[in-house]
Each structure stands twice: as structure tokens, then as C-alpha cells.
Design a binder for this molecule. Structure first.
Ligand SMILES: [Zn+2]
Length: 248
């Protein structure tokens, strides 16, 4: 944890000069106020007006700030009940995510997001299919989300399974969707599931291929991106460090 953030957590012996410094740090981290993407003046779930005035890049910046807060242990003091009540009659999420089912990579937690902030598709190995594409088209074209983010993660069990040619019931077919990434990964070391360097390189390539497939297989999303209405990009979450690395 950085010194500024340690200081932000220690309110004892706080002089006015320090208070002003800390307030500045809190603002930089997006801690002041309510909803994740929200202006501090708004306390509850993201509204349509707030979401619509943000650019795709501003939404990605807000997610980066949320991940910074998560890593520093200074998460927003949000009120889930207020968010639930404020979003019950309508939702205006800013992004749609495709990420792995891994229990250690919950997007809302690791990016300090709240109820109503993002649509969330989760499937082992964060692979796409027509149903996922349909969900993303609903999220962006009909509901107004502006970012499509495919988020892989380190030490992914699905990626290891694809490398190992694991076979089990319906899992066999799912892992087959990751195998093109295994083939496409340039890697000089040992190409095995016990080599985490290779596993993580395949996971990264898998995200890249999934992002490319979204553009290719969804003319709806590709057109929105060409017009600048949305941004389609990838990210990798590091289980060891807690860092979400955005590709763009
Ligand atoms: Zn995984």
C-alpha cells in the first residue's frame, strides 16, 4: 500500500494540512461520493444521464481507478441497499464484461464496482459464442453500454485444461474453443500446463482472439465500434498481484 493510502486510512492526529492532502488523494482514487462511475454528487446506482455522458475511455479509466482502490484496500464505502433500490426500476450499466468463472476473479469486487454498473458474462476460459455475442449486442445496442471488455486471468484452470487436452463430458467442447489460442501462442520455453509462463501467455492470446472474434462475428458491435460509440478491448487479471492490466 502506498504511503498516501496508509495515511488516508489513519485519521488520528489529523491536521488541516494533512486533511487537505488526503482529500486530494481520495478524489484522485475516485473515493469521494457514491456510485462507481458517478459524480460525487450522486450517491446511488449509475443513472442514464451519468452513463450517457461518459466516453468509452472514461469508463475504462473508472474501472482502472476501481482496481487501484481494490489493491490499496480503500474500497468505496458504498451502500448496496441504496444501489439496489435506485436500480430496481431501470439499469444503465456502462460496460459488458466477459470473464472466467474462476472464484478468485469476480469483476465487481476486483474493480470496486457496484450494483447496476456492469453487465457480466462468465464462462470458464472467457470464451465467446453466439449467446454471449447476443448478450453483448443487447448490452450495447439496446441498453447503451459503451465498453466490451474480455478479461482473462493468470493461472486459469480452463487454459491449463486446453493445454493438457483434458476431456470430460461437456467440458471437452468448451476447452476446444481455447485450443486455437494454445496453437497461436508464440513461446520459447516449455509449452506445458505446469509452466505458468506459458499458461499465462496462452490466456493472454485467448483474450486477444476472443476480442478479434467479437469484431468478426458481430457486425452489430463492429459497427458501434467503428462509429466510436463503444470500445471493444481486453484485459488480464493477475491473481497474485490483484492488478487488472487493460490492453487498450
Ligand atoms: Zn479461469
Amino acid at each position: 500500500m502506498c504511503n498516501k493510502c496508509k495515511a488516508a486510512l489513519n485519521f488520528e492526529n489529523l491536521g488541516r494540512r494533512n486533511f487537505l492532502k488526503i482529500t486530494g488523494a481520495a478524489t484522485a482514487l475516485g473515493l469521494a461520493g457514491g456510485g462507481l462511475f458517478a459524480n460525487p454528487a450522486y450517491a446511488d446506482a449509475l443513472t442514464k444521464a451519468q452513463r450517457d455522458k461518459m466516453t468509452p475511455n472514461q469508463i475504462i479509466e473508472a474501472m482502472k481507478k476501481g482496481n487501484n482502490r481494490f489493491r490499496m484496500g480503500v474500497r468505496k464505502n458504498r451502500n448496496y441497499l441504496n444501489e439496489q433500490k435506485a436500480s430496481a426500476s431501470g439499469q444503465y450499466p456502462a460496460a459488458v464484461l466477459l470473464s472466467c468463472i474462476d472464484s478468485r476473479a469476480p469483476a465487481e469486487v476486483i474493480m470496486d464496482l457496484g450494483i447496476g454498473d456492469i453487465f457480466n458474462c462468465r464462462v470458464a476460459g472467457n470464451v465467446g459464442n453466439q449467446d454471449i455475442l447476443g448478450s453483448m449486442e443487447f448490452a450495447c445496442k439496446l441498453s447503451g453500454a459503451k465498453v466490451v471488455l474480455v478479461m482473462g486471468h493468470t493461472a486459469c484452470g480452463a487454459v491449463k485444461g486446453a493445454i493438457d487436452n483434458a476431456e470430460l463430458g461437456n467440458l471437452t467442447g468448451l476447452l476446444a474453443k481455447i485450443k486455437p489460442a494454445v496453437q497461436a501462442t508464440n513461446y520459447k520455453g516449455e509449452r506445458s500446463a505446469t509452466n505458468y509462463g506459458f499458461v499465462d501467455a496462452v490466456a493472454r492470446k485467448n483474450v486477444e482472439l476472443t476480442v478479434a472474434a467479437i469484431r468478426k462475428d458481430s457486425p452489430v458491435l463492429a459497427e458501434l465500434e467503428t462509429k466510436g460509440s463503444i470500445k471493444i478491448t481486453g484485459a488480464m487479471y493477475n491473481l497474485g498481484t490483484g492488478v487488472v492490466e487493460f490492453f487498450g
